[in-house]
Design a protein around this ligand. Structure first.
Ligand code: MRU
Length: 365
């Protein structure tokens, strides 16, 4: 997608320096800084500190982490340690494990000298596929937006999204934002309600992306969605997911569940957009089985923003110094609150049957 009119992916391998370039998302949207990752350690730090974030991008970055590890030492022991280190960086988003396992499978029949090169090729394949998959998610989601637009006789479709599930959270296009980009490109009138998404304010990333694409949007405090739905100001919710279970529960950024409840109460369709790499085929009950990441309370007790006079990024404490704060990063939305799952194979029911159909579609491809 575009930054100041120029096309970028969120991650790319640089042949000359044999490094991987990313945008430092801890600084966006205030500062645009490209970081070079050169080692397994750099990748682990980038993922755990959220310099890269968003389930599909975390997966892509972890794949390059495996490449760096194997380039430096292709022994089976180092490979296993690298995989464990990467998987431990963030516990909830399943694309991380998926990508690491995919690299390990790709190199399983290689001799030691071929492993690194094969891992690099596989990491690049993961990135290319992710771009293609997210574009297809957009094509299917576009049809939902078109239907609503036709029902509203061409009037603007108001869509609420939570967190950032845009191109910067994937390799390109995004998941939840991909249908919105496609709708805008198809000439449909859309307006996006952007949830702030405390504490890391991923809504600012969404607002930045939409601004770059020229898509009308309004930034709202996290608790606003229910009120807007009660007043008929939201036609559709689309969010992403970090892990989806085989009964259709979705684990996404903290606060998603409350939006789904409000949507259910107000008969607003609530869709979840995902690449099938976000499905954990080993998990049934999201509430009982998905580990929820708890992050440093500093992220909650302080907000990051631009200091008005000096235009510098700074942190400001917003709660009394000795109060405790708990920073749960994700929550689980049960399948019964999800209208449908928008995948690269089409739109499916969030249910055991729906997930079985996704599996069949995936196996055919
Ligand atoms: O903690 P984050 O910012 O990595 O969480 C990201 C989300 O929750 C996204 O909604 C999810 O990864 C889907 S992104 C395409």
């Amino acid at each position: 997608m575009l930054i100041n009119g120029e096309h970028f992916r969120s991650i790319w391998h640089q042949k000359n320096s044999d490094s991987v370039a990313i945008f430092d998302q801890t600084l966006l949207p205030h500062e645009l800084k490209i970081l070079e990752l050169n080692s397994l350690g750099d990748v682990c730090h980038a993922i755990s500190s959220m310099q890269v974030r968003g389930a599909p991008l975390i997966g892509a970055c972890a794949a390059y982490g495996m490449y760096f590890a194997l380039r430096d030492d292709s022994s089976p022991e180092h490979e296993r340690n690298a995989a464990e280190q990467l998987i431990a960086t963030r516990p909830t988003a399943i694309n991380l494990r998926w990508a690491v396992e995919r690299i390990r499978k790709a190199i399983s029949n290689c001799n030691q000298s071929e492993k690194a090169e094969t891992a690099l090729q596989e990491a690049q394949a993961i990135c290319n596929e992710d771009e293609n998959i997210c574009s297809r998610i957009g094509d299917f989601g576009l049809e939902l937006i078109r239907e609503i637009n036709q029902r509203k006789k061409g009037a603007t479709v108001n869509i609420l999204t939570h967190c950032n599930a845009g191109w910067i959270a994937t390799v390109d296009w995004g998941t939840a934002l991909s249908p919105i980009y496609k709708a805008h490109m198809a000439g449909l009138s859309v307006h996006v309600w952007v949830d702030e998404t405390r504490p890391r304010i991923q809504g600012a990333l969404t607002a930045w992306e939409l601004q770059q694409a020229g898509i009308p949007h309004t930034f709202i405090a996290d608790n606003t969605g229910g009120h807007l739905m009660q007043h008929g100001l939201i036609d559709l919710c689309i969010v992403g997911t970090d892990r989806t279970t085989i009964q259709g529960d979705v684990c996404n950024k903290i606060g998603t569940y409350l939006k789904a409840l409000a949507a259910h109460d107000n008969h607003v369709p609530f869709y979840v957009a995902l690449p099938t790499s976000t499905i954990d085929w080993t998990v049934t009950d999201g509430l009982k089985e998905i580990p929820i990441e708890e992050r440093d309370s500093f992220e909650l007790t302080h907000v990051q923003g631009v200091e008005p006079n000096q235009q510098k990024l700074c942190h400001v404490r917003i709660i009394p110094e000795h109060s405790r704060a708990a920073n749960y990063a994700f929550d689980v939305t049960p399948a019964r609150l999800v209208t449908g799952l928008i995948t690269e194979y089409g739109i499916f029911e969030a249910s055991k049957d729906g997930l079985a159909s996704i599996r069949i579609a995936a196996e055919k491809n």
